[in-house]
Design a binder for this molecule. Structure first.
Ligand code: PMP
Length: 441
C-alpha cells in the first residue's frame, strides 16, 4: 500500500496501545531510565513508581541478579526451539515455580503474556474435559468487570464493555457472574469486604440454567485489578470453589496481577486459602523484565493428557517463544531475588501501614471509596458528570508532574508499588495524591 501521507513527525509511526494517541503525542510522557523504586523521565525528573511499572516490577527496577541473568543468557544462547526440543532453564524455572505454589499445582505450561496464559488455560480446560470423555462441557464462565487480557477468549470471558463492543461477536457459550463491587454495603472496607459471599451463588443459577454437564470452567481474578482493585468479599472464593467441586467445573484463578507477593503471600490462592485447578500468571514471573507468562495446572489435569495414546504431541498448543531462554533466565533471577529478600511476604508485613496510610484519604475531595489488600489499593473518585475516567486521569497527570507514577482505571486511582517499598515512600505516594486531589477540587 502506498504511503497515505508523508511522515510528518518521528512520533507518528508508533500506534500506542490503550492510549489516547493524539493527546499523548501533543504532550508525550517519556521514561528513559529505571532503578529500584524509581523511573527517570526524559527531562531528568525522578519519578516514584507507585504501580510497579504496570503491576509487574515487584522486586523493583534493574535488580542485579536479574540483569546479570539476562545478559549472560543472551550471550550464551539466544533462542532454543520449544517444540520437540528444550533447554535446561525451562525445567529449572518450572520446578522453581511449582515450589512456590499451593500444594497440588505442579505442572507448568509457559506463555509470553497474561493474555496468552488466559487463552492457554481456557484451552487446557476444554481439552481436559474432552480427553476425559466429557466433551459436552464447553461453556466458559467469566465475571462482570473481569479483565483477562485482550485475545478473543480473554475478552469473551472478560467483563469490560469497552474492550468488547467494537470487535463483533465474542466466543459463543460464555456467561458471566456478577461482579462483587458493592459500594452501598462495603465502601471503605479495610482488606476484604464483609458483604457479598452469596454472589458466588450466581454459579448455581447458571448450573440450573445450562446443566453442569455443559460447563467447563469458571475464570476469575481473585482480586479484580484492572477494573479498580475489587477485593473479594470474605467467603466468596471459598463458596465459588465449593460450587465448582460440587458440579465438576474447573476453577481458574487469573493471578497475573495478584501473583508473586502482591496480596501478602506468594499467591492470592494462599492469601485467601483457596486453591484453583488452573492458575494463570505473567508480569511478576520475570519482574516485568522479559515478556513471559505461565499456566500452572493441577497434576491430575496434566496427567489426563499424558494418559492417552502416545501420538506425536499430547496438546496441540504452544508458542515460538514458549519458555524463551532469556525469559527463563529472567524468571530464575527474579525468583532468586524474591527469595533472597523475602519479598513474597513483604506485602503482608507492610499492609497494615499501607492500609492505614491509604485510608487517611477518606474525606479528601471527590473520594467515594478506598479498597486495599496486601500492597495493592484503589482510591475511587466521583466521576465528572458525562466524562467518566477524566477526574482520575487528571490526578494521574498531576501526580506525574510532581514525581509519582500511578495508574488509573475508570475513576479509580490504582496503586501497586514494588514490594521493596519503604514506609516513607508510602507516605510520599499518599501525600502526593492528597495534594493532587486538593488541586483538582
Ligand atoms: N489477566 C489479568 C488479571 C491482567 O491483569 C492482565 C494484564 N493487566 C492480563 C490478564 C493480560 O496480561 P498481558 O497484558 O500480559 O497480556
Amino acid at each position: 500500500m502506498p504511503h497515505e501521507m508523508p511522515d510528518a513527525s518521528p512520533m507518528d509511526a508508533y500506534w500506542m496501545p490503550f492510549t489516547a494517541n493524539r493527546q499523548f503525542k501533543r504532550a508525550p510522557r517519556l521514561l528513559v531510565k529505571a532503578s529500584g523504586m524509581h523511573y527517570w523521565s526524559d527531562d531528568g525528573r525522578q519519578i516514584l513508581d507507585g504501580v510497579a511499572g504496570l503491576w509487574c516490577v515487584n522486586a523493583g527496577h534493574a535488580r542485579p541478579k536479574i540483569v546479570q541473568a539476562i545478559q549472560q543468557q543472551a550471550a550464551e544462547m539466544d533462542f532454543a526451539p520449544p517444540f520437540q526440543m528444550a533447554h535446561p532453564k525451562a525445567f529449572e524455572l518450572a520446578d522453581a515455580l511449582t515450589r512456590l505454589m499451593p500444594a497440588g499445582l505442579n505442572r507448568v505450561f509457559f506463555t509470553n503474556s497474561g493474555s496468552e496464559s488466559v487463552e492457554t488455560a481456557l484451552k487446557i480446560a476444554l481439552a481436559y474435559h474432552r480427553a476425559r470423555g466429557d466433551g459436552t462441557r464447553t461453556r466458559l464462565i467469566g465475571r462482570e468487570r473481569g479483565y483477562h487480557g485482550v485475545n478473543f477468549g480473554g475478552i469473551s470471558v472478560g467483563g469490560i464493555v469497552g474492550n468488547r463492543k467494537v470487535f463483533g461477536p465474542m466466543l459463543g457459550g460464555v456467561d458471566h457472574l456478577r461482579h462483587t463491587h458493592d459500594p452501598a454495603r462495603n465502601a471503605y472496607s479495610v482488606g476484604q469486604p464483609a458483604h457479598g459471599a452469596d454472589l458466588a451463588d450466581d454459579l448455581e443459577r447458571l448450573v440450573a440454567l445450562h446443566d453442569a454437564s455443559t460447563i467447563a470452567a469458571v475464570i476469575v481474578e481473585p482480586v479484580a485489578g484492572s477494573t479498580g482493585v475489587l477485593v473479594p468479599p470474605t467467603g466468596y472464593l471459598q463458596r465459588l470453589r465449593q460450587i465448582c467441586d460440587k458440579h465438576g467445573i474447573l476453577l481458574i484463578f487469573d493471578e497475573v496481577i495478584t501473583g508473586f507477593g502482591r496480596t501478602g503471600q506468594a499467591f492470592a490462592a494462599h492469601t485467601f486459602g483457596v486453591t484453583p485447578d488452573l492458575m494463570t500468571v505473567a508480569k511478576g514471573l520475570t519482574n516485568g523484565c522479559v515478556p513471559m507468562g505461565a499456566v500452572i495446572a493441577r497434576q491430575a489435569i496434566h496427567d489426563t493428557f499424558m494418559s492417552g495414546p502416545e501420538h506425536l504431541i499430547e496438546f496441540p498448543h504452544g508458542y515460538t517463544y514458549s519458555a524463551h531462554p532469556l525469559a527463563c533466565a529472567a524468571g530464575l533471577g527474579t525468583l532468586a531475588t524474591y527469595a533472597d529478600e523475602g519479598l513474597l511476604t513483604r506485602a503482608g508485613e507492610l499492609q497494615g501501614y499501607f492500609a492505614e496510610s491509604l485510608h487517611t484519604l477518606r474525606g479528601a475531595p471527590h473520594v467515594i471509596d478506598i479498597r486495599n489488600i496486601g500492597l495493592v489499593g484503589g482510591i475511587e473518585l466521583a466521576s465528572i458528570p458525562g466524562e467518566p475516567g477524566k477526574r482520575a486521569f487528571n490526578v494521574f497527570l498531576d501526580c506525574f508532574e510532581r514525581g509519582l507514577l500511578v495508574r488509573t482505571t475508570g475513576d479509580t486511582i490504582a496503586l501497586s508499588p514494588p514490594l521493596i517499598i519503604e514506609r516513607a515512600q508510602i507516605d510520599q505516594i499518599v501525600g502526593t495524591i492528597a495534594d493532587a486531589l486538593k488541586r483538582t477540587a
